[in-house]
Design a binder for this molecule. Sequence first.
Ligand code: ADP
Length: 272
Amino acid sequence: MNTPPLDTHTGAITLDDGELPAILFNKVEKRFGDHVVLHDLDFTVRKGDRVTLIGPSGSGKTTILRLVMTLEEANEGYILIDGKPLTHYEKDGKRVELKEKHKNEMRKRIGMVFQQFNLFPNMTVIENIIEAPVHVLGLSKKDAIERGRALLEKVGLPDKENAHPTQLSGGQQQRVAIARALAMEPEILLLDEVTSALDPEVVGEVLNILRDIARDTDVTMLIVTHEMQFARDVSNRVLMFDSGRIVEEGTPEQIFSDPQEQRTRDFLSAVL
Ligand code: ADP
């Protein structure tokens, strides 16, 4: 789609129907050295959307999540979150860098769960969960613990708050990582191949928790996964990537049952 006009004072954007887009990529290019991994990428995610990114390894999916999380920065173009620029925007062809305070405010709205859990190994489960709510959101320790306990209940680990990550299985660690991301009450949840490092027998329990979150909340989700059934169940849109470009997009039904592009058909026949 064409990107709607930008407010040149604030860099903000409103969609045709007056809504602010949850995530908007405007002509984003990302390079690592000479290697262009995302080409002139435009896409919009509406609030409450569950968008799954599929495509072969190396097609740029994880880089997209890392850009949203501000773990990487675009070389060209820019990203809006809730209609506002995430780190910078462009005015009269020039890059306008936003202040660190603004970037930190934007980061608070986004949670990410990684393939490798990334829990703090020297902290207990509850300490992992309350760390950011206390230090970033300024919640009292008491309130953060209360929130953390409710989340541990939700992910099925109410008796593990004092355990250390090394005492937990991979599936349990990933459930803690999900609780930790949700403890920030993010508007956007990024899920980066969250079951790829797990033993097959615990994949289902982690996916079921994510299905519950999708059902019970209106959090916007951007998902990278090889679990096609999960993508089908949870997402309302699927974007198929190849070599840093969107080759096809549609509903899960369209993409999985009636793909139009040969590259999508080849990819799906290799993974299904
Ligand atoms: P996907 O998630 O689709 O497998 P990635 O976004 O991880 O793809 O990677 C896209 C391309 O960018 C790959 O060719 C990868 O090797 C390259 N890449 C990713 N991160 C880096 C990095 N930090 N340094 C150099 N190249 C990178």
